[in-house]
Ligand binder design. Structure first.
Ligand code: DOR
Ligand code: ZN
Length: 454
């Protein structure tokens, strides 16, 4: 009897190691065999991996898919189309939409829209504010993946809860067993410096970065770790931008706090010089840091203080990003840029440069995020009986993102335009369906499904 799909002639890489001349067999959307190409069963469809590398599908647990309410920037369909083209098989949407995702009915809308139009599998975070603490258990029952608190002002202007409210939220979230993530910038520090910079007429893109200093990140991380130590809550630091912040996470881990952290491809690739080279296109919150902070961030990734990689994919229109005038008044430009189709190339380029191994890349970009958010081993592994989510990547393909209009997201502002990479996703498979192959989107909107978590 033939299985549905077999992929042959790859080097299969997981966190445990690599096996050349091998592949994977899929039946009913799940993995039924991983092994030597010549030992795999017959299949209705066979793909030749052509000697490329097969890895668990990338899990990007931090994207702004903008639906509901901000579909002019991006929606589930376009964000997950970009994911498919980027080797990403699971994405998690952020709750700073319009309205914000702060109650079960709104989460249901977010999920329904995803079920109707996503190309890859998905989940969603819900926001915790001063207003909705009593809904924490209901949001858990409604299937949220985890909770998010914004500690400082950023896109969407979700006001931060007080420290007392955060402590109480942690107590309530601990009882759900789920994890609470933070946009960790101390709001009082960044608001103070933004006012000072604006009043002094410091309007360059680099001024925006300097108005949100590293201490704002480090202090927020240390305070939330202290709160978690007190309450026993599981916490996560989104988009850690600095070595100072990452080292604070490491100290929290050493103290026994259940704190996890992610960083992004852009903090590892660019230094703040990109703001003087490419201007507001590279403006993001938290900002891209200097070389010393970046070197320490790399060290923290190697040491285990940083767990995972996610993009913070944050689509905005060309007008909002002031693309026509990239060195214009930074206070008139918005923060964030897209990343779903450059994250695999960036990480594979680091692999090519010897900065991490393929196994380490898989750990940080698929296995570890799935573990952090309770989706493992269904996602992020290639174990028998789990979802057949994988990407085939060519680790040697050299290419340049010459034209951002080749991207599949709805809006396409990225500082990675013009950058040269070694490595690219060639095919993407979600629960046994080939959703991207050799430059073409081959999946269907609505195929993607919500990942169920307890
Ligand atoms: O630069 C950012 N953009 N930082 C955030 O915290 C939010 C994001 C967005 O939603 O655009
Ligand atoms: Zn974000």
């Amino acid at each position: 009897m033939a299985v549905d799909l077999v992929v042959k002639n790859c080097t299969v890489v997981t966190t445990e190691g690599r096996t050349p001349d091998s592949g994977i067999a899929v039946e009913d959307g799940t993995i039924v065999a991983v092994g030597r190409s010549d030992r795999l069963p017959d299949a209705d469809r066979t793909l030749d991996g052509a000697g490329n590398v097969l890895v668990p599908g990338i899990v990007d647990a931090h994207i702004h898919n903008r639906e509901p309410g901000l579909e002019y920037k991006e929606d589930w369909e376009t964000a997950t189309r970009a994911a498919a083209a980027g080797g990403v098989t699971t994405v998690v949407g952020m709750p700073n939409t319009e309205p914000v995702i702060d109650r079960p009915e709104r989460l249901a809308v977010k999920f329904d829209r995803g079920e109707a139009s996503a190309y890859v599998d998905f989940q969603s975070f819900v926001v915790v504010t001063s207003e909705n603490r009593e809904r924490i258990p209901a949001l858990d029952e409604a299937g949220a993946l985890g909770y998010k608190i914004f500690l400082g002002s950023t896109v969407g202007d979700v006001p931060p809860p007080t420290d007392g409210e955060i402590l109480e939220a942690m107590n309530a979230i601990r009882k759900t067993g789920k994890r609470l993530g933070f946009h960790e910038e101390n709001g009082e520090i960044i608001d103070y410096y933004e006012r000072q910079f604006r009043e002094a007429g410091q309007n360059r893109p680099i001024d925006h970065a300097h108005s949100r200093p590293v201490i704002a990140e480090r202090e927020a991380i240390e305070r939330m770790i202290t709160f978690a130590e007190e309450t026993g809550a599981k916490i996560h630091m989104y988009h850690v931008s600095s070595g100072s912040g990452a080292e604070a996470v490491g100290r929290g881990k050493a103290r026994g706090v259940d704190v996890t952290a992610e960083t992004t491809p852009h903090y590892l690739w660019f230094t703040e010089d990109v703001l003087t080279e490419k201007g507001n296109v590279a403006r993001i919150q938290p900002p891209i840091r200097d070389e010393r902070e970046q070197a320490r961030l790399w060290k923290a990734l190697e040491d285990g203080a940083i767990d995972s990689i996610a993009t913070d994919h944050a689509p905005h229109t060309d007008e909002e990003k002031k693309v026509d005038d990239p060195f214009g008044n930074t206070w008139e430009a918005i923060s964030g840029f897209v990343g779903l189709e450059t994250e695999v190339p960036v990480m594979l380029t680091f692999v090519d440069q010897g900065k991490l191994s393929l196994e380490e890349w898989v750990y940080h970009h698929a296995t570890r995020p799935a573990q952090i958010w309770g989706m493992y081993p269904q996602k992020g592994s290639l174990r028998i009986g789990t979802d057949a989510d994988f990407a085939i990547v060519d680790p040697d393909r050299e290419w340049t993102l010459t034209d951002r209009n080749e991207l599949h997201s709805k809006t396409r502002v990225t500082p990675f335009e013009g950058e040269t990479f070694t490595g690219k996703a060639v095919s993407t498979v979600v629960r046994g369906e080939v959703v991207y192959d050799d430059g073409e989107i081959t999946g269907e909107p609505g195929y993607g499904s919500r990942v169920d978590v307890d």
